[in-house]
Structure formats: structure tokens, C-alpha cells
Design a protein around this ligand. Sequence first.
Ligand SMILES: [Zn+2]
Ligand SMILES: [Zn+2]
Length: 245
Amino acid sequence: MNGFHVRQMSVLVQNVGQFTGIEKKMNKKICPKCKVIKPFYEFSKDRIHKDGLFRICKKCDSLKHKQYHQKNKEKLNKKTQQWRKKHPEYNKQYYLKNIQYYKQWEKGHYQKRQIQHKLWYQINLDKVKIQKKQYRQKNEEKIKEIYRNDRNRRRLLYKQKTDITTQWLINLKRNTPYCALCNVKLVENGHHPNARHLDHIIPLNKQCKGTHTMNNVRFICRTCNLSRPKNGKDYVFQETGAARG
Ligand SMILES: [Zn+2]
Ligand SMILES: [Zn+2]
């Protein structure tokens, strides 16, 4: 027998000596704090004790830590603040050292949040609908004014010199049965996700200064139109039938 075997045997004998209660035969142990019989994996390891397990279960241990934190909140916060004052560059340097890890974490976290948000939205759809309706009823005048202003602004922009004629627009409509961005079949119904929207490749707002002209106009679906950024930065990357002027 080599040393390893001897040690193993002695451990076995020791354990057999300790197996007195029924719960120990089942690989279980009583937590003296919450007084619940729990399997061994619910205790953290601790070499000091005979059975190699911590005195109280993981749950009770974490609860203890939490209570300690809450009791000594101000003290601990002061301590960390003092430490930060003493080492002002530590956090920055730590961040720079592990920047790749943080970036990856942020990416994953963002995706997770998006999925959670979508799920929440699906579950609380009725709630959201009611809230939106209430908001609309409360702020009816406000919303109307916003719409009015937007329409007036657009009308003014349309009136600026344009080379688009109604006949040309009708022809364009006939020639583009599909969305110029995602190729979905366009529908002549305003609220349908595939509804036909007249899109200005460079938006008409003040910052972008797009024009209502032949080379800045195309038909896309409602979904694509609503998902476009307001600064119109995406038009550079999209291949479209209309050319930039
Ligand atoms: Zn416990
Ligand atoms: Zn589309």
C-alpha cells in the first residue's frame, strides 16, 4: 500500500466513525441556524471542521453577510470612500486593464436586457395599451399641436422648389411594389407593418436638410421607415434604387 491509499482508508474510517445520525448517511446535515436538514452541496467547504463543511448553510451565511452590510452601511461606505481618495487612479487603471472583458460584458448585458424588455412588453401588452390610451386622452391638445406643426413644416418643405410631379410619383409607386430596403411586398394600408411609406433618404429635418426631390425619395415599408435613425446616417450603407444628389 502506498501513502495515498493509507490516507484514503483513514479518512474512510474517520467518516464511518462520524456517521451517527440518519441524515449523515443520506449525505445530509442539519443547519443549526435555520434548523433545516439540507444536502451537503448546500454548505460551503471548510477544512477546519471535521466533516469538511461550513457550520451553517450557504443561505444562512449569505443572509448573515447581508445583515452585517445593512447594519454597518455608513461605516463601510465611509471606508470605501476613504480608500478611493487615497488611491484615485486605481479604478481607472483597473478598468483600462480589463477593458475588453468589460466591453464583452456590456455587449452581453445589452442583449440580455433587450430580450428581457421584449418579454416584459409581451406580458404587459394590455397594461401598456391602457397607459398609452390614458396618456393620449390626457394630452390630446399637445399631441394634436405636435402633429399640426410637423405637417406644416413638411408642407413648407414640400413647397420648396421640387422636381417631383404627381405623375412621376404615381409611376414610382407602380414601379416599386417592394420595400427598397427589406424587399417585403408593400401594402396600401397605413397601419400595417408592411404599409407603403414615402421615405426621404436624407431626412427633411433641420439638421440633415434633405430635399423633397426625385433623387431623395423612395418607397419603403412602415417597419423600415420607423426603424431608421432620425439623423439618416444609415443611408450611406444602404444600396437603394435612388441615387444621392
Ligand atoms: Zn441554514
Ligand atoms: Zn422594409
